[in-house]
Design a binder for this molecule. Structure first.
Ligand code: ASP
Length: 312
């Protein structure tokens, strides 16, 4: 079925991202972080690599970039620690792996892939997940690695006001994700996040849950979400879009439009997602002010975007 067309899209979170609160220097840094992750994934696809390798490498690159809320830039929880969630899914086999509430794994997306391929399970949590990471010889880090001054200040402010915040006080959800179609026609999706600033009680968001924040199915599409996790779980966002394509025959664009700009909005679900269908079409819809996003395909599309464009 494949015509050798390939494509990749990534995100670094959605939210109230306004030009007025951005400096040129900071914007350049964000764009550079997105560009580098995008090109890392694209190079793998171009060389004939799998979509699974491409999304894992792109997300790992975003996890290593401190401005995004994942990996080394993960936000602080209520106890002053970090609890990260991640998932990966392969559209060819519907295999999926996820981790939640982990604190010391350098690249949670790599652990999610190890869970998928080597654990015999789909979702591992907390200490057990970290024990499995050690058995898999994945790089571990101490608490200091996950400290960034910007996140610490956010947490202090959230603590003072006793609120649970979505990444920034300006409501930016800095979760990262990637979706890809490879030359063989296989789709994959991956998502990684630090969750919400000041979160309590072992809260887990949509990112590590297949069908909510992350989904891939060769019959339909691959999706990675960012936004208020609770609403994305309740809306089963990524599976809903896949179902609209599979059972109702909607195009990727129409399915995304219905879920992001209608169904989610009606229940107050702010955020967005990146999606690629089995033909390689790319959609990057969001109902918030902005979304860090980028995409590139073998037909020449190549974009790094932050704000709303005139044609949403
Ligand atoms: N969806 C993530 C969560 O609820 C947050 C985000 O997108 O930044 O954990």
């Amino acid at each position: 079925m494949s015509n050798n067309h390939f494509s990749i899209a990534i995100h670094g979170g959605a939210g109230t991202i306004l030009r007025s609160s951005m400096t040129a220097e900071l914007q350049a840094q964000y764009e550079q972080g997105l560009r580098s992750a995008l090109d890392t994934g694209y190079a793998i696809l171009q060389a004939g690599g799998s979509s699974l390798d491409a999304v894992e490498a792109a997300v790992a690159s975003l996890e290593d970039f401190p401005l995004f809320n994942a990996g080394c830039g993960a936000v602080f929880n209520n106890k002053g620690g970090h609890e990260m969630d991640a998932a990966i899914m392969y559209g060819k086999t519907l295999e999926a792996g996820g981790v939640c509430g982990i604190s010391h794994v350098r690249n949670p997306v790599k652990l999610a892939r190890a869970v998928m391929q080597h654990s015999g399970h789909v979702l591992l949590a907390g200490q057990g997940a970290e024990e499995f990471a050690r058995l898999q010889h994945l790089p571990m880090e101490d608490d200091a690695y996950f400290y960034t001054e910007q996140r610490y200040k956010q947490w202090q402010e959230a603590l003072k006001e006793d609120v649970v915040q979505l990444d920034h006080t300006d409501k930016k959800y800095g979760t990262v994700g990637a979706v890809a179609l490879d030359k063989a026609g296989n789709l994959a999706a991956a998502t990684s996040t630090g969750g919400l600033t000041n979160k309590k009680y072992g809260r887990v968001g949509d990112s590590p849950i297949p069908g909510a924040g992350t989904y891939a199915n060769n019959n339909t599409c691959a999706i990675s979400c960012t936004g208020v996790g609770e609403l994305f779980i309740r809306s089963v966002v990524s599976y809903d879009i896949s179902c609209l394509i599979e059972y109702k025959g909607l195009s990727l664009k129409d399915a995304c439009q219905l879920v992001v700009h209608d169904k989610l909005v009606k229940i107050g679900g702010e955020g967005g997602l990146i999606a690629i269908d089995k033909y390689g079409n790319i959609e990057m819809p969001f109902n918030s002010e902005g979304m860090y996003r980028a995409c590139r395909d073998s037909r020449g599309r190549n974009e790094v975007l932050i704000y709303k464009t005139s044609t949403p």
